[in-house]
Ligand binder design. Structure first.
Ligand code: CA
Length: 225
């Protein structure tokens, strides 16, 4: 599996890395919340081991944003004793499981494997097929009437969020926050531009979209007809 380790304590981070590499996984690791968010949105991982107390952006916030951008990724929170409330908050923000430090290596490996099995079971949800259009959100590619094209991670994030929210519309502010990781200080025009580019890739006629619909006053909506 592809595993992202997010832990600011160097010794623990290295220990986790060795443990996971030793168990046959592909591992990347970072030491703060902002780096975790950036890497987790840019690259697909099967499981994220996410420390709760992190510099720059705390684990709860990273969890919430990663969950929005990549719903099928499994998130395992690493909490310290006495952080019970935060643990509950983490699960509320979409963490799949948690372990309390200090934990036994065997226990952690068992949890990670369990999450991996669940993840593989969800894999199909990352491929969307509508008529002559296929979108593979995990592989960041699509095919329309035999012509293949690439998707950016951001475009895949937009599709994922709209597709999962259908038939309800998603506001520009929600898209900005979930896909760009911004709390509305960024121009909503960035969303409109990204949608326009995406329509050119996936719609038969970008000027008359059939899937990526604009809902006046509400935002954007995915329609699979
Ligand atoms: Ca920490």
């Amino acid at each position: 599996m592809r595993i992202l380790i997010v832990e600011d304590e160097v010794a623990l981070r290295e220990g986790l890395r060795d443990l996971m590499v030793g168990d046959g996984h592909q591992v990347k690791s970072v030491g703060d919340g902002a780096a975790a968010l950036e890497l987790g949105i840019r690259e697909p991982f099967d499981v994220v081991l996410l420390d709760l107390m992190l510099p720059k952006l705390n684990g709860i916030e990273v969890c919430r944003r990663l969950r929005a951008a990549r719903p099928s990724m499994s998130i395992l929170m690493l909490t310290a004793r006495g952080e019970e409330d935060d643990k509950v908050a983490g699960l509320g923000e979409g963490a799949d499981d948690y372990v309390t430090k200090p934990f036994a290596a065997r226990e952690l490996l068992a949890r990670v494997r369990a999450l991996g099995r669940r993840h593989l079971g969800n894999e199909g949800a990352e491929v969307i097929r509508i008529g002559a259009l296929t979108l593979d959100l995990a592989q960041l590619q699509g095919d329309r009437e035999g012509e293949t094209f690439r998707l950016t991670a951001r475009e895949a994030g937009i599709i994922r969020l709209l597709y999962r929210s259908r038939p309800n519309p998603v506001s520009r502010a929600e898209l900005l926050e979930a896909v760009w990781g911004s709390r509305g200080d960024l121009e909503t025009r960035a969303v409109d531009m990204a949608i326009a580019t995406l329509r050119k890739k996936i719609e038969t006629l970008a000027s008359r979209p059939q899937m990526l619909l604009t809902i006046k006053g509400a935002g954007y909506c995915w329609r699979d007809s």
